[in-house]
Ligand binder design. Structure first.
Ligand code: SF4
Length: 363
């Protein structure tokens, strides 16, 4: 075997960036067959090996090549906060990353399971006015490996907590717009759902979008059917555009057609997210408009009282307004859930912890 010159970390490939087929191609290019790709895959995702020494059955030549050309791009914790309700918000940085960019991951305990909320971008270009991530702007896309590494970190964290709950659900609702980082998001979904790897059921993965219409149609054609959540926040174009600037690009009519197409093609109910902001989008006529908008679609509405941020002067809706809003949706036969504001005593709104960390660093 030829001797390879050592390469710097920046030039080493992150193995978590590869789905199973791509890993097989990588190893084939190095002269190793699919048997070794399968072995390496299981070490990565079944054994959660932390380094190549913890992969004893690998061919020694392959282990040498991996140590020279590859890294396990895990995440390490920069900052962590735990809420009274058990929600843990973690600011993560890539251990082997070049730029040290930081992203937020939130682990939420429920009665018998954990849900992790992961980021797909550092920052976000969508500019939703009430969102701390939107306020910071777009920094860069995460690689598939950086998306997957957040789930691996959460699985480890859940295992370290002395209870019997396992990580079951993954929601892509953290920093960034997943469909604006389409290729990496889909690679990450293939890795997470691989039945020889982490084997997370697609029905336990929810992708949340602010409404990139062409990408919703594209997603409907993918091999893997995940749950789709659409951030709505307004039921007329004018009201939505005031909160979600992307609405100026694709009208609500276009967005609803895409959602209907997704739901029908994937045989899935669509989740609609509605951040309830006091005096902005919580009036009875707005609930009626939402009821009319969703009348021909298999929908479930998640009503989420606003997590206040410093830059946006809004408050969460009052209890009575929330109850009235929900009651009106009930009359239209539209199921809805008022989501608990998890981790409200910590910086649990998307982007808030990262901003706090940057403030501490004086950036
Ligand atoms: S709500 Fe989501 S899509 Fe909108 S700015 Fe924040 S991270 Fe981006």
């Amino acid at each position: 075997m030829e001797h390879l010159e050592p390469v710097s970390d920046m030039n080493r490939t992150n193995l978590y960036d590869y789905d199973r087929a791509a890993l097989a191609r990588l190893l084939a290019g190095w002269g190793f067959g699919d048997y070794y790709a399968g072995l390496l895959w299981r070490y990565l995702y079944r054994s959660a090996a932390r380094n190549f020494e913890e992969m004893p059955d690998l061919h020694p030549d392959l282990r040498l090549l991996l140590s020279e050309r590859a890294v396990l791009g895990t995440m390490h914790c920069i900052l962590s906060q735990e809420s009274k309700d058990g929600t843990r918000k973690i600011l993560l940085s890539l251990t082997n990353g070049a730029d040290g960019e930081q992203v937020e991951t939130v682990l939420m305990p429920y009665r018998d399971r954990y849900t992790v909320c992961i980021s797909t971008q550092a920052g976000c270009a969508m500019g939703c006015v009430f969102c701390a991530t939107g306020q910071m702007g777009f920094v860069r896309n995460l690689s598939a490996g950086e998306i997957v590494a957040q789930v691996l970190f959460a699985i480890k964290l859940a295992q370290d907590v002395p209870d019997r709950r396992k990580l079951r659900n993954v929601v892509m609702m953290g920093m960034g717009e997943p469909l604006h980082n389409y290729a990496a998001t889909m690679t990450a979904i293939r890795i997470l759902t691989s039945d020889t790897g982490l084997a997370i059921a697609p029905r336990h993965i929810t992708l949340s979008t602010v409404g990139l219409v062409p990408a919703i149609y594209r997603l409907a054609e993918e091999e893997i059917a995940v749950n789709l959540a659409v951030s709505l926040h307004g039921a007329t174009d004018d009201e939505r555009n005031a909160l979600v600037p992307l609405g100026r690009r694709w009208s609500l009519d276009d967005l609803m057609s895409a959602c209907r197409a997704y739901g029908e093609k994937r045989n899935r109910r669509i989740f609609f997210e509605w951040t309830l902001i006091d005096g902005k989008n919580d009036a009875p006529q707005q609930a009626h408009a939402l009821g009319r908008l969703l009348k021909n679609i298999d929908a479930h509405v998640n009503l989420i009282p606003l997590n206040p941020t410093e830059e946006f002067g809004g408050d969460p809706s009052r209890r009575e307004a929330i109850a009235q809003f929900k009651a009106i949706l009930d009359r239209y036969g539209i199921p809805s859930t008022v989501r608990q504001r998890r981790g409200i005593d910590i910086d649990a709104g998307c982007g808030q912890l990262r901003r706090r960390s940057l403030e501490r660093q004086g950036s």
